[in-house]
Design a protein around this ligand. Structure first.
Ligand code: GDP
Length: 297
């Protein structure tokens, strides 16, 4: 199923109930607002987010009054669209680059979310913007993660610093950063170890790596398929290590959209990029307005 498919049709139910109305009123939006609430919850948007969203849309709808030439159902669509854009952060949240070379981007996330894939995708993405990149292989726990990154690096034509898995990630980070400075690259991207769940060792190691690298961007890679859990994860990682944003992967899968809609509001951190496929080219900025457009179908 297409992502948001169910959400889109759920919202259509809401608009349809306003057909034939002259103006939006406190009474005639009650049923449509219930439909919107239900549709968002079914799309796995987190409950506090849904509550606030519905309240804000209701307030705006009642205050709209009669607009010549615009039917009430279209008015409500417009309010929901604008509110969705705001919910997802409004503007595109661009990657930040350091004033002096190299910009360091640290990637974190649980195992299997697509972190290693994203590392190489991001290197290719930046290379296309004319930036020279270097990857650091820091996932010392997952068997073959280092080899996988070396292969992907070759595929996208970006050098990979690998030092095996017998030394600590913080030491790999230190050596990799030295190498990057020697090579005078614009951007260094470090892949790190993921675990099946958050544990203290993972967090402590990440803190060590962060201290060594002093990164400009710390991006948490989260799987869109985890729904509103993604937002909780972003919050936890932000509290524990301090992050600058998230990368949402597997948007091409049949996730219901809850992650895309919840992350910013729940965690305060923006989604900066999205992965929507297994190919190296499948990484793009997260556009709140386009995403809202997709929600509305
Ligand atoms: P890691 O454990 O976080 O490093 O995960 P990997 O980078 O090895 O990715 C795990 C699996 O997810 C691999 O089979 C990837 O090809 C796949 N994957 C990663 N990103 C995406 C994506 O955006 N869409 C799809 N369909 N698959 C992805």
């Amino acid at each position: 199923a297409e992502m948001f498919g169910q959400l889109t049709s759920g919202l259509e139910t809401a608009w349809n109930k306003l057909k034939g109305e002259e103006v939006l009123t406190k009474e005639n939006i009650l049923e449509p607002m219930k439909d919107i609430r239900r549709a968002l919850l079914e799309a796995d948007v987190s409950l506090p987010v849904v509550r606030r969203f519905v309240q804000s849309v209701s307030d705006q709808a009642v205050g709209t009054g009669l607009i010549r030439g615009v039917k009430p159902d279209q008015q409500l669509v417009k309010i929901v669209r604008d509110e969705l854009v705001q919910l997802m952060g409004g503007e595109v949240s661009e990657l930040v680059f350091a004033k002096s070379k190299p910009t360091v981007i640290l990637l974190a996330g649980l195992q299997g979310v697509g972190k290693t894939t994203v590392s190489a995708k991001l290197a290719l993405y930046l290379k296309k913007q004319g930036k020279s990149c270097m990857l650091i292989a820091g996932d010392v726990y997952r068997p073959a993660a280092i080899d996988q990154l070396v292969i992907l690096g070759e595929q996208v034509g970006v050098p990979v610093y690998a030092a095996g898995n017998a030394i600590k990630p913080a030491e790999i980070a230190k050596q990799g950063l030295q190498e990057a400075k020697k090579k005078n690259v614009d951007v260094v991207i470090m892949d790190t170890a993921g675990r099946l769940q958050i544990d203290k060792t993972l967090m402590d190691e990440l803190k060590d790596v962060k201290r060594v690298l002093n990164p400009t961007e710390v991006l948490l890679v989260v799987d869109a398929m985890t729904g509103q859990e993604a937002a909780a994860l972003v919050t936890t990682f932000n509290v524990e290590i301090g992050i600058t944003g998230a990368i949402l992967t597997k948007l091409d899968g049949d996730s219901r959209g809850g992650a895309a809609l919840s992350v910013k509001e729940v965690s305060g951190k923006p989604i900066k990029l999205v992965g929507r496929g297994e190919r190296m080219e499948d990484l793009e900025p997260f556009y709140p307005d386009r995403m809202a457009g997709r929600v509305l179908g």
